[in-house]
Design a protein. Structure first.
Length: 136
């Protein structure tokens, strides 16, 4: 029988972002999107749940080995109605990850579908080079 690895899955409520390094220009709640991180031989995959975020309202930047994900959600309220009861809080999303220098930063890809962001962070291929020695 093959070796079985037991994975632990954490179930948690939405977590509000406590503090941000930057001042916000939008009023409202900011949540930390939940993420799963997978590593394979040649890449790292990050999957974030960001319901309500569209391709036009998401920003992903990489600066000084820090990958920052910002997603904005526009709340939709039917015209002429007033919210009487809510079980789900709507807000923006923000998350930061430190990215290793072994990641090929020029080849990072992102896809967003049905509120799920999938990042593909390929690892750099090791380079070997023969150095010739010149006679002096």
């Amino acid at each position: 029988m093959a070796n079985e690895t037991t994975l632990q899955v954490q179930e948690t409520d939405k977590q509000e972002l406590e503090q941000s390094e930057a001042e916000r220009t939008r009023a409202g709640i900011v949540f930390v999107p939940r993420a799963d991180i997978y590593e394979v031989e040649d890449a790292i995959y990050v999957v974030c749940d960001m319901p309500g975020v569209s391709e036009q309202s998401i920003s992903i930047t990489l600066e000084d080995h820090i990958l920052t994900i910002d997603g904005h959600v526009e709340s939709e309220q039917p015209e002429g109605y007033q919210l009487a009861y809510a079980e789900y809080r709507i807000g923006d999303y923000q998350r930061r990850f430190s990215v290793s220098s072994e990641i090929d930063q020029e080849a990072i890809e992102a896809k967003l579908k049905n509120g799920v962001l999938r990042l593909h962070l390929p690892k750099s291929k090791p380079s070997a080079r023969k150095i010739t020695v010149a006679a002096s």
